[in-house]
Design a binder for this molecule. Structure first.
Ligand code: 5AD
Ligand code: SF4
Length: 472
């Protein structure tokens, strides 16, 4: 089923990625764990927290599922397809369990709460079920499960942010890292299951964020992406001190070093302020790129989605961004075929995409999620063929917009942070511009390394990639 389409290959490629930060580590561990992650960047960041917690308790990671004593799968519930992939994986692990007595399987993350009873009792697929706010209890739960009990903790918390835990990095490129700055979401968009699976919004201690970013910089990282479901509503007050807003946090991170790039995701259009835009302008190292999900271009549908803005209001926000940061990269999330969507509404989505000239979009068709406001209030009444056709039109349009946006860059020079070899050839580097566009260019004889900045002139492009050459 066509459910999920994205231009951003990177994210799709990471689905199901296994985690092994301790490859070659000579330490002896009491048990080895294997962890696989699905879903959004927050989930990948959470797996790094989980790895850190397990590591402290004497567990070591392995990338080889066959040598694992514990298998964890960090799950996502956002669309039906994500849940289906996890179910398939779990049935494979069930077979592995049959062959290896003592092997424990755990479900972590967003599916935990929703499906705990099903997994544990009805299908007997797993031994441990742990929700996103209960990772600290994981070692104790593993102990319980070893004693033959089914171990569950899916309690959501009002204050857990794992602020004091230094995530163990999935050191795939050693250049860019994700830093979680808040958890949960209070927005209650009617289609979205996140407020139910990840709980109430809470902001992480600003000092612990700065400390983590500083440490990353000292370890050689050159880019941090501040993560949250709704970063612009970040707000932290320590005892007796001034509250820290998102704009202030951005500035604090930017001040760590001009060599450290700062990105952030995701921005809810209703919460991104002029303050944030001004701060972005003030610091060269805050990347000029905003992920600003529109979801729909129809005011009527936006209202049903509970997005709290109108079409015109969103367009005015885009105008404001273009006015203050003329060269800002812009991307979006779009849902086709939400409940009651008419052809006119769909046309509104297409036209708002044209208006916003997104460089990139994540495009989905609506899939009803149990327990959400939309599931309770509205009928999922758009036939699948119509959803698919509309989604395809959205995708086709985005492809054209991405190509046009890239063609505009031909002949321009960008400062690029080198992330590593290009996917196709180790004779080419791959990096990104401040606008988050991928640029590939020949290494030549230059003594550059990943983590270095270089100026690249764009000579060619596809809809997904800019190609260029280093200029001195
Ligand atoms: N159906 C389709 N897409 C959804 N998203 C969230 N919930 C659903 C759903 N029920 C999309 C939204 C969101 C992105 C992370 O996933 O576009 O911004
Ligand atoms: Fe879901 Fe809306 Fe929160 Fe995003 S802002 S996580 S879409 S409820």
């Amino acid at each position: 089923m066509l459910d999920y389409i994205t231009d951003k290959v990177q994210d799709e490629n990471r689905q199901g990625e296994a985690f092994a930060p301790f490859a070659g580590d000579p330490n002896a561990y009491k048990k080895k764990f294997y962890i696989e992650s699905y879903g959004c960047q927050m989930n990948f960041a959470d797996s790094e927290v989980v790895a850190s917690i397990l590591y402290k308790e004497g567990f070591g990671a392995t990338k080889n599922v066959e040598e694992a004593d514990l298998i964890f799968i960090n799950t996502c519930s956002i669309r039906e397809k994500a849940e289906q992939s996890v179910r398939m994986r779990l049935s494979q692990f069930k077979k592995a369990k049959a062959k290896k007595p003592g092997l424990l399987v755990g479900v972590l993350g967003c599916m935990a709460e929703r499906l705990k009873t099903k997994f544990l009792e009805e299908e007997k697929l797993v031994d441990v079920v742990v929700g996103p706010d209960a990772y600290r209890s994981l070692p104790a739960l593993v102990n319980e499960a070893e004693g033959g009990q089914k171990a569950v903790n899916v309690l959501l918390s009002r204050d857990e942010t794992y602020a004091d835990i230094s995530p163990v990095r999935l050191d795939s490129n050693g250049v860019s890292a994700f830093v979680s700055i808040m958890r949960g979401c209070n927005n209650m968009c009617s289609f979205c299951v996140v407020p139910f699976t990840r709980g109430r919004e809470r902001s992480r201690d600003a000092e612990s964020i700065i400390k983590e970013c500083k440490e990353l910089f000292e370890q050689g990282y050159r880019e941090v992406t501040l993560l949250g479901q709704n970063v612009d509503s970040y707000y932290y007050t320590a005892d007796n001190s001034q509250p820290v807003t998102f704009a202030m946090l951005l500035e604090k991170v930017a001040l760590i070093s001009p060599l450290l790039r700062v990105r952030f995701s995701t921005s809810h259009p209703k919460d991104i302020t002029d303050d944030v835009l001004h701060t972005m302008n003030q610091y060269e190292n805050i990347c000029k790129y905003i992920h600003l999900p529109v979801q729909s271009g129809s005011t009527r549908v936006l209202q049903l989605m509970n997005r709290t803005y109108t079409r015109e209001w969103y367009m005015a926000k885009v105008d404001r961004i273009r006015e203050l940061i003329p060269d800002c990269g812009l991307s979006s999330d779009i849902i086709a075929g939400f409940c009651t969507e008419e052809e006119e509404d769909h046309k509104g989505t297409l036209s708002i995409m044209e208006y916003s000239r997104y460089d990139l979009s994540y495009m989905f068709f609506y899939s009803e999620r149990p327990g959400t406001l939309a599931a309770r209030r509205y009928k999922d009444d758009i036939p699948e063929e119509i959803k698919k056709r509309r989604l395809q039109e959205i995708v086709d349009l985005q492809h054209r917009l991405s190509l046009e946006s890239n063609q505009k860059d031909l002949g321009r020079v960008f400062k690029v942070l080198i992330e590593g070899n290009s996917k196709r050839s180790d004779k080419d580097w791959m990096g990104r511009s401040t606008q988050n566009k991928v640029i590939v260019f020949p290494k030549n004889e230059n003594a550059l390394k990943k983590g270095d900045y270089v100026h690249v002139k764009v000579t060619d492009c596809t809809k997904a990639t800019l190609m260029g050459e280093i200029i001195n």
